[in-house]
Write a protein that binds this ligand. Structure first.
Ligand code: HEM
Length: 407
């Protein structure tokens, strides 16, 4: 761990420790009672069980068996060749895994091709906003989601967090690709592989002493509720911010963007009865599952450092103060404080004043002279950040872990 991370961990750890909120001493989870009704889901009906007690009953036993038989290295080697949605599964996969994957790779019956196309057009047009929001907004927010931060920290990928964060970020970008769920695209492959990785983590993490000590009583990680928390930190958050920023979004684009994320949730193994059917339903669910659980953890603080280091290393002209200020503007003060983002008295007021004007100008709503000069520094830096972050994300392979982070 480098000096900065250690310092940040000590600061966060110290503050949390003083409040009695650390590790084993922490309360189970500040979750409210599950009342979100399945009538608001894409299924329109369901048993209404609290998704915190639901995992992935199709994938989990298969991956547990694959790991216990010692098949992971062979499976990873074979799955390297599987990269396109329309490609047959490689020969030689264990029978149980192949059967599961053949089923898991099918798009849901309610997939609407026209909506997926609208989503792709939307991302093409609004890529600068969604890119900045995924990279600096959702990415940073994930470090304030305690269960996600801890699962990531104590799993195998936690040993190389930079690589780990880049991989998850890639999913946010791939989802916006023109051909994401088309035959020549790769989102089916990415989501099915991610579902395998999550199922493997559910088998492995309960054996990690670090995770068990800090899981707040959760015995198996990555419940369906947890997956929806992360989903909201991506989809619901991005749509809400676009509205806050007054980016014009047509109803076809908004429906399309929701749809591509609904399909993605299904492909990640979320039951249809937990997938919101509308943005209103998504906002209501987000309020119930995401808002109450955002909090600081030492693991999250370390992840924040790694993420900010990646941004700084990209050298897109974003200085650390500018990153801090733009991120705070994006995630808000509550998350900003949680993850220890510095306050920037120079940049913060400038960004809050200039960004809305910049958006309005980019969208053809106001003439150029109304945009302050300094806004272009911010815009250029964000644009380069999005381009570089995107390019950086391209060379990534998803592999099933067979151990936890070495302690
Ligand atoms: C792995 C995406 C929810 C914990 C991954 C990977 C992706 C991904 C793309 C593969 C990256 C890699 O191999 O390193 C997502 C998406 C989610 C989601 C899109 C929800 C919409 C969650 C949640 C948790 C979680 C809720 C924990 C509470 C993990 C862990 C790994 C992983 C521990 C494996 C890390 C490793 O050992 O390499 N996820 N994830 N994910 N995810 Fe998720």
């Amino acid at each position: 761990m480098d000096e900065l991370s250690r310092r940040r961990m000590l600061i966060t750890g110290g503050a949390l420790g003083a409040l009695g909120l650390l590790g084993a001493a922490s309360p189970a989870q500040a979750r409210s009672l599950w009342t979100w009704a399945p009538s608001g889901s894409v299924a329109g009906a369901g048993a209404g069980l609290d998704p915190d007690w639901v995992w992935d009953e199709e994938a989990d036993p298969v991956l547990a068996a694959v790991i216990d038989r010692g098949d992971v290295p062979r499976v990873n080697e074979l799955l390297r060749q599987w990269t396109r949605n329309d490609q047959p599964l490689p020969d030689g996969l264990p029978r149980d895994l192949r059967d599961f994957m053949e089923k898991a790779r099918q798009l849901p019956s309610w997939t609407d091709k026209r909506k997926l196309e609208a989503a792709a057009r939307f991302t093409t047009k609004k890529g600068i906003y969604t890119g900045a929001l995924y990279g600096l907004g959702s990415g940073l927010m994930s470090t304030a989601i305690p269960r996600e931060a801890r699962a990531v920290y104590y799993s195998k990928g936690g040993a190389d967090m930079k690589d780990r964060i880049a991989k998850t970020a890639q999913l946010g970008y791939d989802i916006g690709a023109l051909d994401a769920y088309q035959p020549q695209g790769s989102m089916v492959v990415t989501t099915v592989k991610t579902r395998l990785v999550h199922a493997a983590v559910r088998h492995l993490l309960p054996k990690s002493p670090g995770w068990s000590r800090t899981s707040g009583g959760q015995k198996i990680p990555i419940s369906q509720a947890d997956v929806m928390v992360t989903w909201h930190s991506l989809a619901t958050f991005v749509m809400r911010k676009l509205k806050d920023w007054r980016v014009p979004v047509s109803s076809a684009e908004s429906d399309g963007y929701l749809h591509v994320w609904q399909v993605t949730a299904h492909m990640l193994g979320v039951l249809d009865e937990y997938i919101p059917a509308s943005w209103d339903e998504a906002n209501a669910q987000s309020k119930q599952v995401l808002d109450p659980i955002l909090a600081s953890t030492p693991e999250g603080a370390e992840l924040t450092d790694v993420l900010l280091d990646i941004v700084a290393e990209l050298d897109a002209g974003l200085t650390r103060p500018l990153i801090n200020a733009f991120s705070r503007y994006t995630v808000g003060d509550r998350v900003g404080d949680c993850i220890g983002l510095d306050k920037e008295p120079f940049w913060q007021p400038l960004i809050s004043a200039a960004w809305p004007l910049l958006v309005a100008f980019r969208e053809g709503l106001i003439p150029l002279p109304l945009v302050p000069e300094a806004a272009w520094t911010v815009e250029e830096a964000i644009r380069r950040f999005v381009l570089l972050f995107l390019a950086e994300g391209r060379r990534i392979e998803l592999t099933i872990p067979d151990t936890n982070r070495p302690s």
